[in-house]
Design a protein around this ligand. Sequence first.
Ligand SMILES: CC(C)(COP(=O)(O)OP(=O)(O)OC[C@H]1O[C@@H](n2cnc3c(N)ncnc32)[C@H](O)[C@@H]1O)[C@@H](O)C(=O)NCCC(=O)NCCS
Ligand SMILES: Nc1ncnc2c1ncn2[C@@H]1O[C@H](COP(=O)(O)OP(=O)(O)OP(=O)(O)O)[C@@H](O)[C@H]1O
Length: 194
Amino acid sequence: MKIVGLTGGIGSGKTTVAKMFSELGVPVYIADVEAKKLTNTSKVIRRKLIELLGENAYNKEGLNRTYVADKIFADTDLLRAVNEIIHPKVAVHFKKWAAEQKSTYVIKEAAILFENGGYKNCDLVVLVTAPKAVRIKRVMGRDKASKYEIEQRMDNQWSDEEKMKLADIIIENIDLEATKKNVAEIHNSILKKS
Ligand SMILES: CC(C)(COP(=O)(O)OP(=O)(O)OC[C@H]1O[C@@H](n2cnc3c(N)ncnc32)[C@H](O)[C@@H]1O)[C@@H](O)C(=O)NCCC(=O)NCCS
Ligand SMILES: Nc1ncnc2c1ncn2[C@@H]1O[C@H](COP(=O)(O)OP(=O)(O)OP(=O)(O)O)[C@@H](O)[C@H]1O
């Protein structure tokens, strides 16, 4: 079974694209969603995050996302330390999940697949791109986040130019219908080569 990585910067549309693969019957693993679940279910992660960020890292609902985001996206060392706590656990969880799937290939969607080296465990990497200004507008519409908060996250992610050097396939996600057609073609091509 092949592992196809799917990545892209904040607001590029990778979750939208992941959904299109899912609609074609491909099992999709959304690393961000699973990472969030693990921050609330893993006692080890909880203990380490509290050690690193203080008691406020958690509240009654679980991970205090606003508090954590404010801290880590303004401090590269803290962000790296948080990634080092969470990402190895996600990698183990993904491996287990992938082993249970019965399909020619699976999609692993992750925002920072290149940045954390996760792409090395993929047979193929699909990169979703869109101009920065478009991405900012999309996320402002989706999350009610400020331009500053979005740019802070972008600064902690590689640029599209850097990612393009390592990607196998690039989807420029502007027009949704064109993207859907592109996804269907990529899907057929992966199936044909398998
Ligand atoms: C830091 C947290 C609490 C912020 O939560 P919040 O609801 O504000 O943002 P959300 O999770 O929806 O993320 C929105 C986007 O921010 C960017 N982003 C999130 N985490 C990271 C990261 N570690 N490094 C760079 N960019 C990131 C991504 O583009 C992501 O899609 C949350 O992202 C989290 O729990 N992160 C840990 C899991 C993780 O590392 N996920 C990212 C890739 S697997
Ligand atoms: N081609 C498109 N045209 C218009 N809106 C789009 C397009 N693609 C995605 N969107 C919208 O833009 C927003 C961001 O898309 P999506 O959540 O898929 O991005 P993402 O790359 O997963 O972002 P993040 O890294 O923040 O999780 C969503 O509200 C989505 O509906």
